[in-house]
Design a protein around this ligand. Structure first.
Ligand code: CMP
Length: 146
């Protein structure tokens, strides 16, 4: 059964620097996912550390924070049937070197760190990640509530 979900995505600094943000956002829209909130921002070290706190014990944490603060990102909230899995399918595997052509990471990323995009992995993390970047007034309300 179809389940309407919200998910959170990031166009990462490698992709914005290469001028690929528009192409990645177009793939979201072409896939039929609805963008209900979006902002371009340059993360501070504290913001990047907080967002990736779950990875703080990993050996790559420092590098990941440096990468995520090197330039602007686009933070996006998407809505649609099974949005979490659909956005993950659009991105492809985490490691861009293993991501097939036609996926965002396959087409715009390089390696496991500079992988062009992030996506929530479950409803609970989607809710946490959306709330980390957006307050309620920044997210388009459901149509029926207008
Ligand atoms: P993301 O989906 O944003 O979630 C955590 C990120 O950590 C992941 O994408 C990768 O960019 C990065 N990452 C995961 N594993 C490694 C690794 N082994 N080395 C460097 N970066 C990694």
């Amino acid at each position: 059964m179809a389940t309407t979900q919200r998910t959170f995505g990031i166009v990462k600094p490698d992709a914005t620097a290469a001028g690929n943000a528009g192409k990645i956002l177009a793939r979201i829209e072409e896939n039929g996912l609805k963008i209900i909130a979006m902002k371009l921002m340059h993360l501070s070290e504290a913001q990047a550390k907080g967002f990736y706190a779950v990875h703080k014990e990993r050996p790559f944490f420092g590098e990941l924070v440096t990468f995520m603060t090197e330039g602007p990102i686009v933070a996006v909230v998407m809505e649609g049937d099974n949005a979490i899995q659909r956005w993950r399918d659009l991105m492809g595997p985490t490691n861009s070197d293993e991501a097939p052509a036609g996926t965002i990471r396959g087409d715009f990323g390089s390696g496991i760190e500079r992988n062009a995009s992030h996506g929530s992995d479950a409803p609970e993390t989607a809710a946490l990640e959306i709330a980390y970047f957006f307050n309620a007034t920044e997210i388009q309300a459901p149509t029926e509530a207008l």
